[in-house]
Design a protein around this ligand. Structure first.
Ligand code: FES
Length: 72
C-alpha cells in the first residue's frame, strides 16, 4: 500500500527501513523522503513507524526470552 504518493513510498519500504536500523519517524523520513513534499502522509507514515517499532520491540523481547531459556 502506498503511504506517500509524492515520493512513491509504500508501507513495506517504511518497515524495511526500520528493520535496517531506522528507529524513528525522523530517520525514516530522512532515508526515504516520505512526508517531505505535501506532508499529507505524515500522520499515516508515523502510524506505520510506530506499529513497526512496537512489532520489532516485541520480537526482540521474544528473542531475549528464548535466549534466556537456552542459557538456563
Ligand atoms: S503524500 Fe507524502 S509528501 Fe505528499
Amino acid at each position: 500500500m502506498y503511504v506517500c504518493l509524492c515520493q512513491g513510498v509504500t508501507d513495506g519500504q517504511i518497515r524495511e527501513a526500520i528493520y535496517e536500523g531506522c528507529c524513528s519517524y525522523r530517520e525514516v523520513r530522512e532515508s526515504l523522503g516520505v512526508g517531505t513534499q505535501c506532508g499529507k502522509c505524515a500522520c499515516l507514515a508515523k502510524q506505520v513507524v510506530r506499529e513497526t517499532l512496537s512489532d520489532v520491540q516485541s520480537s526482540q523481547a521474544a528473542l531475549a526470552c528464548s535466549a534466556s531459556f537456552v542459557a538456563a
